[in-house]
Ligand binder design. Structure first.
Ligand code: NAI
Length: 505
């Protein structure tokens, strides 16, 4: 089945933030669109709002005046549900309430033709459950847009237990024809993005709770080392802690309290205090006029360094060697266990063990562990942690070397797997479980995380690049350190490592 023809009449019910955006997307793609809301006048107001938005784009030279008027001419506010009788696709974006959505779709079944596709924009309710009481549950699917719908490329096409696969393909092709990046997913709690993204928030919140570093330092590491657009604290301040905490709680409850999704007491306290983030003027950071954003903590050293020794293969961090040489450091390479030595300091990539533990187990002195960077050749900041026995001179040497190569250095208290590495390992682990459980394909999960939440790389492709044996090792070490099920490696990860395959083979 191919995309709906642009002559096909589309209806959007609910003219709020999402409904208005979806109506705009469909109209811009060329469809006649009917917009309905149960608040009298709301649909007409929403169309006026879209017109104003498009007007700004015309002023900025991003849209032609003709496109603006053609789009607006295709949008029609209607006040009665009976007006939707001739529609071929009806997308619901009303209040997030199961009973209200069920009642609406039951009513629609009595009004629209038998070939009309019914779609819900729900972000947390089960498509299976919304469809359960319909005469034709096979024609109801999820069409989950992201906010703001005209801007965000991702659309999750959600199939419930009864959904017709040919209709899922039709919606997929239609979303593509609308300029979106669709992905298929089964109706499971959080679908793809709201499930796989949970560790992004959870791991930073945990490090904060354990006093590993402060918010601006952890945020800076996620941006400047991890390559993410924002760190977890600035992002949750933007989303709103009430909304983000509610999604975490709903996913946690839906998975019967699986500790992988455990909500954070720190975030709950913010919600309890009414510190909801930007919208209330205060979250992890303050947003009142004149408030200054606290700066990340860095350590520095002016110790002179000219030479270092690389023993063996640094694996994913091999780009460091060229970077050090570019900064006029003499790098001597010889065989060994993947260590970087400067003065008395021994630098190594974290494998998930704490520095104190690794120093003891591997018989290393003056150990400095390095966190993961998205690109070791370009990252502007890196996290380190040190073994307890480190001498001031070894720390000076290690920090000076990294600084010479152009890194700002943030020292975390000695924590398993540091900040970026544990976050990426847990994102990949969650994504692997979603693949294992048939929620979505590896390719669709990676696309969803890039297009839906702007990750620099899909978590599964990222894990492939790091090496699945290393990711498994990191998770096993995290699980041993904490003694918690939260860090248990996915069966799919173990299987791929045993088979010698990647997630994308
Ligand atoms: P909103 O509160 O901005 O808009 C909802 C609109 O639906 C309101 O205009 C309301 O008057 C209307 N409405 C409520 N019950 C109705 C009914 N029975 N019949 C007709 N109209 C009715 O809500 P928003 O944010 O647009 O969310 C709508 C849906 O989209 C929800 O299911 C939500 O979970 C989902 N969603 C929201 C996202 C977001 O970031 N806001 C992102 C993705 C999905």
């Amino acid at each position: 089945m191919t995309a709906l023809n642009t002559n096909a009449r589309i209806a959007v019910i609910g003219a709020g933030a999402m409904g208005a955006g979806i109506a705009q997307v469909a109209a811009q793609a060329g469809h006649p669109v009917l917009l309905l809301d149960n608040r009298p006048g709301a649909a007409a107001q929403a169309i006026e709002g879209i017109d104003r938005q498009l007007g700004k784009r015309v002023e900025n030279g991003k849209l032609s005046a003709e496109s603006r008027s053609a789009t607006i001419a295709r949008l029609h506010a209607v006040e009665a549900i009976e007006a939707l009788a001739e529609c071929e696709l009806i997308i619901e974006a009303i209040v997030e309430n199961l009973e209200v959505k069920r009642a609406l779709f039951r009513q629609l079944e009595g009004i629209c033709g038998e070939h009309c596709i019914l779609a819900s924009n729900t972000s947390s309710l089960s498509i299976t459950s919304i469809a359960a009481q319909l005469n034709h549950p096979q024609r109801l699917l999820g069409l989950h847009f992201f906010n703001p719908a005209p801007v965000m490329a991702l659309v999750e096409i959600v199939s419930g237990l009864a959904s017709d696969p040919t209709l899922a393909e039709c919606l997929y092709d239609t979303a593509k024809a609308w300029g979106k990046k669709p992905v298929h997913t089964r109706s499971t709690p959080g679908f793809i993005v709201n499930r796989v993204a949970r560790p992004f928030y959870a791991e930073s919140l945990r490090l904060l709770q354990e006093g590993a570093a402060d918010c601006p330092t952890l945020d800076a590491l996620m941006r400047e080392a991890g390559g993410f657009a924002m760190g977890a604290f600035e992002l949750t301040d933007l989303i709103g802690h009430d909304v983000n905490y509610a999604v975490t709680c709903s996913v946690f409850d839906a998975y019967y309290g699986d500790t992988r999704f455990l909500p954070s007491l720190i975030q709950k306290e913010l919600v309890d205090a009414g510190r909801l983030g930007r919208k209330s003027g205060h979250g992890f950071y303050r947003y009142a006029e004149g408030s200054e954003r606290p700066q990340p903590t860095s350590i520095s050293s002016d110790h002179p360094v000219e030479t270092c020794v690389v023993e063996g293969d640094l694996g994913i961090a091999n780009a460091l060697i060229a970077r050090l040489r570019e900064h006029q450091i003499n790098v001597i390479q010889r065989d060994g266990q993947g260590l970087l030595k400067v003065g008395d300091a021994v630098l190594a990539l974290s494998d998930g063990r704490m520095a104190c533990q690794r120093a003891k187990e591997d018989g290393l002195r003056n150990l400095i562990l390095l966190d993961l960077a998205f690109d070791y050749g370009k990252a502007s900041r890196i996290a380190i942690s040190c073994s307890a026995d480190i001498s001031p001179s070894a720390l000076e040497h290690g920090v000076a070397l990294l600084q010479r190569a152009g890194f700002k250095v943030s020292q975390l208290t000695d924590s398993p797997a540091l900040a970026v590495l544990r976050t990426v390992a847990m994102l990949a682990n969650e994504a692997a479980d979603a693949v294992l459980q048939g929620v979505a394909s590896a390719a669709d999960i990676d696309l969803a995380m890039r297009a839906g939440v702007n990750y620099p790389q899909g978590p599964l492709a990222w894990a492939d690049a790091i090496g699945l044996t290393h990711i498994l090792n990191v998770l096993e070490n995290l699980q041993t350190s904490y003694g918690e099920q939260r860090y248990r490696p996915s069966l799919l990860l173990r299987r791929r490592v045993a088979e010698g395959r990647t997630f994308h083979d």
